[in-house]
Write a protein that binds this ligand. Structure first.
Ligand code: 3PG
Ligand code: CO
Length: 549
């Protein structure tokens, strides 16, 4: 139903002050130990929030957030989608799997057009090259490659972005080996086939910027993929091995490379070629899509150093990454239709709200929270605040902008303008992704210090504070192999996340539902809880509230 009206809760009318939801990105719950940056940190405020009866833990991975299996760790996209929409939607990873299994993906007009362009030129496939399952899947890449070969595409160039962020920090060579084997098998199966890796680089140095934090990354990636600019190597493996020997940077931070066996780059992009970006997740796919598909793109000059203009290509994304701005225009699989989000209900009800974070996570509490829609739902009722992130590797600045976010949030709360607010503290995740334990411990202590300030203001205003997270990360910072060697863990975890209510006026009016063993309470149960705490009944099709009256 498209009815966006809310009913008052029969027994609870909410508190006088504002309700604030704090999403501590990447702060999961795992057993204490030396690899858990959260329990290693001194966090008196979090400890007290976790110690009350208004505390439980929520599933934040796998089917609880619309991912294919229980082996799929959570991530910010699916986590914030579930928080903001109060229901579980089958997500990109699952939708693409299904479209491949049923064959629907290859029946689309967009695929037919990509094949047509590929037959007359080259089909280029660009994307994150790992089995992390957060932004892309190697299985999807291989399905596209095999099908293109079956449909008579002779020339195919793969442009790979090393991961090391959703998978082990230095695992790029394993994936390159797997892909080279698939390419060799395709080349061997028919005459005149030229399937090869053409260019690439670390995902945090080229192509996959998000929220316009650093367009230079996209420019460097575009110039590398399209024009063959960057250091030349005989193969992708050669590039990675050379860079490994030069520093101890993990895959995500490796520089760009171009494959050139002496006769020039093997896979530059030319007029008439097809380019398919095979990531399914949107945040880090939007900017590069714009660079390829906008005819009058003007964020950077796409002309090569030697004066070649931007190639005029047929561009398609695996999904449509921004349903509001229609980016990209052509896509292979329809994205989840996330409708009737919490923000839409609150706006329809005339409730004023704010959302705040720094650049790296700003889109998480706006675009992801609102079901992958950019911009305001109602700019008269909502205030979105983005604090610019520094362009640094965040182990060097574990505070990130957490104190600034807190200062600004306190002003917003005290203004008396807003009944509801949400913020994202980025550092548990962004520092956690560097794999640096001590920096992440420091990040957690700063979050705790800021939480103490927020609790104080909520007390003063007679409001309510909800503390939760979108997925784990900082809770497991390294693993130990059978020889006792520590390996930094840069990726998210499968851990549940905390869910704590701080309600200074609490008088037993409600209680947290029993966290029964094997219960499937997850992030999609938070929205109904928020509606209840604001004094509303939850929409009937939302996943149930975590509190009972
Ligand atoms: C990233 O994009 O930085 C990682 O792949 C996932 O992190 P996020 O889901 O926390 O944004
Ligand atoms: Co993350």
């Amino acid at each position: 139903s498209s009815d966006l009206s809310l009913q008052p809760h029969p027994s609870f009318s909410g508190r006088p002050g504002p309700l604030l939801v704090v999403v501590a990105d990447g702060v999961g719950v795992a057993p204490p130990g030396t690899s858990n940056a959260i329990t290693e940190a001194s966090t008196p405020t979090l400890d007290s929030l976790y110690a009350t009866e208004l505390y439980t833990e929520l599933a934040a991975h796998g089917p609880a957030v619309g991912l294919p299996t229980d082996d799929d760790m959570g991530n910010s996209e699916v986590g914030h989608n579930a928080l903001g929409a109060g229901r579980i939607f089958a997500q990109g990873a699952k939708l693409v799997n299904k479209a491949i299994t049923t064959g629907a993906i290859f029946e689309s007009d967009v695929w037919a057009e990509a094949i047509e362009h590929g037959r007359n030129g080259t089909l280029h496939l660009i994307g994150l090259h790992s089995d992390g399952g957060v932004h892309s899947s190697l299985e999807h890449l291989y399905a596209l490659l095999r099908r293109a070969a079956d449909e008579g595409v002779m020339s195919c160039a793969v442009h790979i972005l090393h991961d090391g962020r959703d998978v082990a920090a230095r695992s790029a060579l394993t994936y390159i080996e797997r892909t080279e084997a698939v390419l060799a098998e395709i080349n061997a199966a028919g005459p005149n086939r030229n399937y090869r890796i053409a260019s690439g680089g670390g995902r945090m140095t080229i192509t996959m910027d998000r929220y316009e934090a650093n367009w230079k990354m996209v420019e460097n990636g575009y110039m590398c993929h399209a024009h063959g600019e960057g250091p030349a190597f005989a193969s992708a493996a050669d590039a990675v091995e050379t860079m490994y020997a030069e520093s101890d940077a993990g895959d995500q931070y490796l520089g760009r490379f171009v494959v050139d066996r002496g006769a020039g780059p093997v896979g530059m992009i030319h007029d008439g070629d097809a380019v398919v970006f095979f990531n399914f997740r949107g945040d880090r796919a939007i900017e590069i899509s714009r660079a390829f598909e906008e005819p009058d793109f003007d964020v950077f000059d796409r002309t090569s150093a030697s004066g070649d203009p931007a190639p005029d290509v047929f561009f398609a994304g695996m999904l449509q990454y921004d349903g509001d701005a229609f980016i990209p225009k052509k896509f292979l699989v329809a994205p989840p239709e996330i409708d009737r989000t919490m923000g839409q209900f609150l706006c329809a009800e005339g409730v004023k709200s704010f959302a705040i974070s720094e650049t790296q996570k700003f889109g998480h509490v706006t675009y992801f929270w609102n079901g992958n829609k950019s911009g305001y739902i109602d700019e008269h009722l909502e205030t979105y605040i983005e604090i610019p992130s520094d362009n640094v590797e965040f182990d060097t600045t574990p505070a990130m902008k957490v104190r600034e976010i807190t200062d600004e949030t306190i002003d917003l709360l005290r203004s008396g303008e807003y009944r509801f607010g949400r913020l994202n503290f980025p550092s548990g995740d962004m520092v956690g992704h560097t794999g640096h334990l001590h920096a992440t411990v420091e990040a957690m202590e700063i979050i705790d210090e800021c939480m103490a300030r927020l609790v104080e203001v909520i007390d003063e205003l007679d409001g309510v504070l909800v503390f939760t997270a979108d997925h784990g990360n900082a809770d497991i910072m390294f693993t130990v192999d059978k020889d006792g060697v520590r390996h930094p863990k840069t990726s998210h975890t499968l851990s549940p996340v905390p869910f704590a209510i701080h309600d200074p006026n609490y008088d037993g009016e409600y209680h947290m539902i029993e966290a029964a063993a094997g219960s499937d309470h997850g992030l999609a149960n938070v929205a109904s809880t928020v509606f209840n705490l604001l004094g509303y009944e939850a929409p009937s099709d939302y996943n149930p509230s975590l509190v009972q009256f």
